[in-house]
Design a binder for this molecule. Structure first.
Ligand SMILES: *[C@@H]1O[C@H](CO)[C@@H](O)[C@H](O)[C@H]1NC(C)=O
Ligand SMILES: *[C@@H]1O[C@H](CO)[C@@H](O)[C@H](O)[C@H]1NC(C)=O
Ligand SMILES: *[C@@H]1O[C@H](CO)[C@@H](O)[C@H](O)[C@H]1NC(C)=O
Ligand SMILES: *[C@@H]1O[C@H](CO)[C@@H](O)[C@H](O)[C@H]1NC(C)=O
Length: 286
């Protein structure tokens, strides 16, 4: 072997070493992506971690997991899954890491219904309608509409509660809930709620007989309304029961999270060590 050949080989080795270092420095950054960074509770969320460590263990910060995959699915996200996510991996003794990406999990807006402080009132008293939802995101815009003379719905309030006092306010009301969290919109309309406010023009000169008749009439109307109201309550209760059932379905996620960590290692002592090591890696990243 000539001296020249040795020199060429040595140079080649140097160039290789230089290129390798340069290559690692340039590419050792992971691309971390959350397919749907704003998701509803219960939805499926996919995260991917792309980089040079295609066949190594990835550490998923926040999830506290190390997996042999650059892609993770959370089948049913919960509010607790919200937060900052990062990933990292080791290649040739170097740690590669991604920037932090936020996942925002938004509570679902359930069906809304109207509750009322009274079934019917005499003019002068007040009746308050309240729009309720079994579950709702952090910010909801409420509006009330009323069926008008021409059969259309006119907006009457932009609050969750609506207080009525005048006989002229008797009629049919509907409540609307609207939410927009980072572009994710949800909306619900209540069913139509009837309000009865009875005018009592004789309050100035109270004739005992007429007042008695009026009260008897009011009692009769109240009884009728009570029966209607009970019917509606029962309908609402079955609706609400449906809601809790749906909520319950999203339940197993938490258990699943624990199971994933366990699935890695198999025994409780090891899980702790494994997760502890992850936390360390995640700390190094910040
Ligand atoms: C990946 O993780 C498994 C389990 O923790 C471990 O046995 C294996 O050595 C790791 N592989 C690499 C390349 O770090
Ligand atoms: C009734 O509601 C419709 C639809 O909102 C509206 O266009 C109309 O002007 C309203 N009529 C009255 C009398 O308020
Ligand atoms: C809910 O109410 C709004 C406002 O009145 C209306 O535009 C929309 O069509 C309603 N949606 C349903 C599903 O009834
Ligand atoms: C991650 O694991 C560590 C150690 O087991 C624990 O203290 C921490 O609360 C875990 N973090 C999450 C988000 O589960």
């Amino acid at each position: 072997m000539s001296r020249q050949t040795v020199n060429i080989q040595f140079c080649f080795l140097l160039v290789c070493l230089f290129l390798k270092t340069a290559f690692l420095q340039v590419t050792c950054e992971l691309k971390f992506q959350i397919v749907k960074p704003v998701s509803l509770v219960g939805e499926e969320v996919q995260m991917t971690c792309d980089g040079p460590c295609s066949s190594f263990n990835y550490t998923w910060c926040h999830l506290n997991e190390t997996k042999y995959t650059g892609s993770i699915y959370i089948l049913h996200v919960t509010l607790e899954n919200s937060g900052e996510y990062k990933c990292s991996c080791y290649i040739n003794g170097n740690v590669c890491y991604s920037k932090a990406v936020n996942l925002t999990v938004v509570e679902r807006l359930s069906k809304v219904w109207v509750s009322s402080t009274a079934l019917a009132i005499v003019e002068g008293q007040s009746l308050t309608l309240h729009c309720e939802a079994a579950s709702q995101p952090s910010s909801v815009a409420w509006t009330w509409t009323r069926l008008n003379e021409s059969g259309g719905w006119s907006a009457v309030s932009a609050e969750q509660e609506l207080t009525l006092t005048r006989a002229g306010q008797s009629g049919q009301y509907q409540c609307h809930a609207y939410s927009n969290v980072l572009g994710l919109t949800q909306s619900q309309n209540s069913s139509v709620h009837s309000v009865y406010i009875i005018s009592f023009p004789l309050t100035g000169s109270v004739n005992a007989g007429v007042a008695g008749l009026g009260l008897a009439l009011l009692a009769l109307v109240s009884l009728l309304l009570l029966m209607m109201w009970r019917g509606r309550q029962l309908a609402n209760e079955s609706l609400a029961a449906g809601g809790t059932l749906a909520k319950g379905l999203a339940g197993p996620t938490k258990a699943q999270k624990g199971r994933q960590c366990q699935g890695q290692t198999g025994d409780t002592g090891e899980i702790y060590m494994n997760c502890g090591r992850i936390t360390q890696t995640c700390h190094q990243l910040t």
